[in-house]
Design a protein. Structure first.
Length: 185
């Protein structure tokens, strides 16, 4: 289990390497992407009216499900449009796994929209829609990591690293004249 978690955490190196880039993407994608949800609520609140009806109507209209589809579409597109990847089978497997999860979540969100507009909005739980939206944001945030292939180590990368280590060890051996106990080499 620990091995699997380590493998799944490797793409997060993209966020560690570009934290401000990720923060800007995350804020813009979520704040502007959810503007169709929070802006009407804010306008009603500013006008001094009750926001609960607006909130429920927005939920019943499927605005969160629509947002989920769009933010996941951005992440799925990033899977297909990344340059310089494909040399690491493990990375391809992780991308495929989360690409499928994202597609399933898109299908569920589209299903919610269809149910809302065909059978009526009372058939879908508001809590379930909020849960799916949060899950979509988390998956999209993880898919963001695949935009940058830095974390993917190919066979060539491993060989170059080993060659550098051997060269460094050889140089160290040439400089070192005695071992730790003072014995001449």
């Amino acid at each position: 289990m620990r091995y699997i978690l380590k493998q799944l955490s490797e793409p997060l190196a993209s966020i560690k390497q570009r934290p401000y880039h990720f923060a800007v993407w995350w804020l813009v994608a979520n704040m502007l992407g959810l503007a169709g949800f929070w802006l009407p609520i804010l306008l009603v609140y500013i006008s001094g009216r009750e926001i609960s009806n607006v909130f429920i109507n927005l939920m019943k209209a499927g605005s969160l499900a629509s947002f989920s589809v769009i933010i996941l579409a951005d992440g799925i597109a990033a899977l297909f449009a990344t340059v310089g990847t494909g040399t690491n089978i493990k990375a391809a497997g992780i991308k495929g796994l989360f690409g499928i999860v994202a597609l399933l979540l898109v299908l569920i969100s589209v299903g919610i929209l269809v149910i809302i507009h065909i059978e009526g909005p009372n058939d879908i739980s508001l809590g379930f829609q909020i849960f799916l939206t949060i899950l979509a944001i988390l998956i999209a945030s993880y898919l963001y990591c695949f935009r940058f292939p830095d974390w993917e180590k190919s066979v060539d990368d491993a060989k170059k690293k080993e060659d550098k280590e051997v060269d460094a060890l050889g140089k160290k051996a040439q400089v070192q004249l005695a071992d730790d106990h003072g014995v001449k080499l």
